[in-house]
Design a binder for this molecule. Sequence first.
Ligand code: AHR
Length: 499
Amino acid sequence: HKATITLDPALRVGPVQRRTFGSFVEHLGRCVYTGIYEPGHPTADEDGFRRDVLELTRELGVSTVRYPGGNFVSGYRWEDGVGPRERRPVRRDLAWHVTETNEVGLDEFVRWARKAGVEPMMAVNLGTRGVLEALDVLEYANHPSGTSLSDQRIANGSPEPHGIRMWCLGNEMDGPWQVGHKTAREYGRLAAETARAMRMAQPDLELVACGSSHLSMPTFGAWEAAVLEETYEVVDYISLHAYYQEHDGDLASFLASAADMDAFIEAVVATADAVGARLRSPKRIQLSFDEWNVWYQSRWHDQGPPSDWPVAPRQLEDHYHAADAVVVGSLLISLLRHSDRVTAACQAQLVNVIAPIMTEPGGPAWRQTIFHPFAETARAATGQVLRTVPVSPSAATGRHGTVPLVDAVATHDAEHGRAAVFLVNRSTDTPATVEIDARALAPTGPARCRTLSDPDPYAANTAERPDRVAPRPNTEVHTEDGRVTVVVPPVSWSILELS
Ligand code: AHR
């Protein structure tokens, strides 16, 4: 089948937001322990951080990292994770039914973030705690010195304030699985009180109120409206979370997951703007898509939580295949095309737990298939996002309605004279010939294209064969007078670069 895309530098969505390329480190499974942190590992540095993971994190191009949860944060006492290690309590974590040793906490995480070159983004516990504890962790983290908690931080070895700007007001408070789950009104009030108090301490914070855990939550829409009615003037963002997987062998629907993400984003924008209109507020709420990914959640639910409270067990360790990478690439296309409103996002998570980076304790670290579209998009998407409307044949799917088979978004960096087109072919069996009219960008050289696909869409990367699935040069690309033609295989993600 055939698709066409016309690029026009005048039709802009808005600037590429670096925070689109955020990630997430939760105290969950082996994300922290034997993920980012493993003293005794051959690559461990003086702080016990795995250098191999640090290098891959930098290569991934991650901008912001959310911490420490996730569901974990709703039972977390941040004080447990600071101060001398031998005095830190060992506790049960009810969210994941494991034992938390607290060997790593806020100060270690910020130290790791600085080494990785990422911006730390913190979540406060509004499940089982409240305003005072949120103020305490803010004072500990960000106040320069001369108060009880800031002086504790200094005594604990962090003389400089951590300077954390972005704070999540709780996590997935709409979910009955959340420890301290609340109704929208209960949560909205608590989030508003917490936000007001945090701003009294530090006015320039960027605060995120919890939206729905998924588009299919029964309270979706009503939840956002009620929470924003309480918090509109004191928060900057409302959060969205979404995970996708293939159900019952329906690959076509799975490949169309980004249609669900598009609909989710647009529904939240409409809901937030409706609240703004009712309040007669000129302010626009931004969207923080601070958990998104492919996650074979049904496997986790079938397995159930561990009964023996293990320390850092293998939890949520999905091994991703080629089709998963195509879906991750298409979800990034959806996030980018909404860059005018989605100004922060976090892929969940960074290491081992539904993650682009996998490790073995004492062993190697490698790139899962989903690493590649993330790293390539984070690297090449610069400048402005262009309004990109592919004209493509559509196909009906079981779960997401009728969707175009070719989806794409382009970015244009006039300052550096370069452009990129990110595109997916969601057909399960037919290659696509895509014609891109880039004459308005006046490229001076031929387009370069790399494509991720595999004859077996279920081929995965493993410790033994870490490079089985990766983008490879696409030789079926031709440029003539600013018009590019490229042939992309079925179930594929591609990046096409022009300069
Ligand atoms: O990322 C895994 C979990 O998914 C998070 O802890 C939670 O917020 C979400 O339900």
